[in-house]
Design a protein around this ligand. Structure first.
Ligand code: FES
Ligand code: FE2
Length: 437
């Protein structure tokens, strides 16, 4: 990929091609549980902007530039009290909309609080997530997103900071051909029960692909003949602007959505959101035939108040992601790293904070990655040049068309036909709830 393309895709600060494009969409900002009414403000960096988030006495959420609009002291050290945040420097106070509601350091006759605003963004909260709209036109935010997993009131959500650019982090999710190596490279079919969802991957580690453009972004189906005569499909999606749906779940019984939200150009926050009627993501929770867990649990550092202090894993480049060379040699884990997410974390962070795209040699099995890069770049540039709206930003229902997972199907059918049937047989969430509102 050319340097200019790489820069346009990876830079997300204000005024950049990708940064402006991402700002057309609602963005997951933090978990609802991270903000307590009248509790401590949280330092929150999003798309290279240093912000604070707080919950006021009425439970409303405010997300704004961390600098006080008087003389730029950080509102992070402000007092969250009586329905607003009060700067500790001269006592000016702001409500969640950024309106200055008190200016006690200025004599009453010279008070000009009506003319002062903190730079606040529109927020929206649902199902355990706080969303923010960082677009230029704060008076007309787009409609609420219709991402299936996030529309379930009991969705399970967890976060993880990754110390690299959003794009290379995301590309790990749409790269089905790594699964047979990075994650299950040392397994054999004898290790797995007959109906284990990883069985087709272990049977054939070089899948064929079908990739096609969709209204919400790009979808792919990795397919391999299963040993029962059926075709094994793993269908996954890229969704604008930084979402994926990964294929490790059972298609019919679980919905997933993963946002790779840029903190800045070199750090990203994953929001992993799932809901379902089954027992969860088999890649995370399943066991081998002999009862040993396929993967160990991830461990986290306690959150700190630093700009990069939230949802960090215990292991990182600093300790080589806790790689165990004996386990790597003896085949306990192909990588020597026992947690599936840390396996992905290690390879994507090991590329460097922003990978040098000119150094790569893409293979036929990277066609999804190549298509996504092209689709995002063209959409972001078309928006920047005023030629087209940001896809789906104002038609959030298009995202409801996406569902990912693994399933077995008649080998005669194309991706389109197999996907259509699988979708009509799947349990869906959210749509009816949203429509009733
Ligand atoms: S800098 Fe905040 S009130 Fe003066
Ligand atoms: Fe992976």
């Amino acid at each position: 990929m050319q340097t200019k393309d790489s820069e346009d895709l990876t830079r997300v600060g204000p005024g950049t091609v990708m940064g402006t494009f991402m700002r057309q969409y609602w963005i997951p900002a933090c978990l609802s549980s991270e903000l307590e009414a009248d509790g401590d403000p949280v330092r929150l960096m999003l798309l290279c902007e240093k912000l604070i988030a707080f919950r006021d006495s009425e439970g409303r959420v405010g997300i704004m530039d961390h600098r006080c609009p008087h003389r730029c002291a950080s509102l992070f050290i402000g007092r969250n009290e009586e329905s607003g945040i009060r700067c500790v420097y001269h006592g000016w106070k702001f409500d969640v909309n950024g309106k200055c509601v008190d200016m006690p350091s200025v004599p009453a006759r010279m008070d000009f609080k009506e003319r002062v605003h903190a730079k606040a963004y529109k927020t929206y909260e649902a199902n355990g997530l706080v969303w923010v709209y960082m677009g230029a036109d704060q008076d007309s935010p787009p409609p609420k997103p219709q991402i299936e997993a996030a529309m379930h009131p009991d969705a399970e959500i967890w976060c993880l900071q990754r110390d690299c650019n959003w794009l290379q982090a995301l590309e790990g999710d749409i790269d089905t051909s790594h699964v047979g190596f990075l994650h299950v490279g040392s397994l054999t079919v004898e290790d797995l029960e007959e109906d284990h969802p990883m069985r087709p991957t272990v049977l054939n580690r070089a899948p064929e692909y079908e990739v096609q453009q969709s209204d919400w972004g790009v979808m792919y189906g990795g397919y391999r003949p299963n040993d029962d005569g059926k075709m094994s499909w793993r269908v996954a999606h890229y969704m604008f602007p930084f979402w994926t749906q990964t294929p490790n779940n059972r298609f019919a019984t679980r919905a997933i959505a993963r946002a790779w939200v840029p903190i800045d150009d070199e750090h990203s926050m994953l929001f992993d959101i799932t809901c379902g009627t089954d027992t969860g993501n088999p890649a995370y929770t399943s066991t081998l035939k002999d009862g040993t867990p396929l993967f160990e649990k991830i461990s986290f550092k306690p959150n700190s108040t630093d700009w990069y202090g939230r949802w960090r894993s215990t292991d990182s480049e600093a300790n080589d992601w806790a790689i165990d060379r004996d386990s790597q040699r003896n085949g306990t884990q192909f990588t020597g790293i026992p947690n599936i997410t840390m396996q992905d974390q290690a390879v994507t962070e090991s590329m460097g904070a922003i990978t040098d795209h000119s150094f790569e040699n893409l293979a036929p099995t990277d066609q999804m990655i190549a298509r996504v890069r092209r689709r995002v770049l063209m959409a972001a540039r078309a928006f920047a040049e005023g030629k087209a709206p940001a896809p789906g930003a104002n038609e959030p229902e298009v995202f409801y068309g996406a569902r990912a997972g693994s399933f077995l199907h008649d080998p005669e059918d194309s991706l389109e036909a197999a996907y259509k049937t699988a979708l009509s047989n799947a349990t869906r969430w959210g749509k009816a709830v949203e429509a009733a509102e």
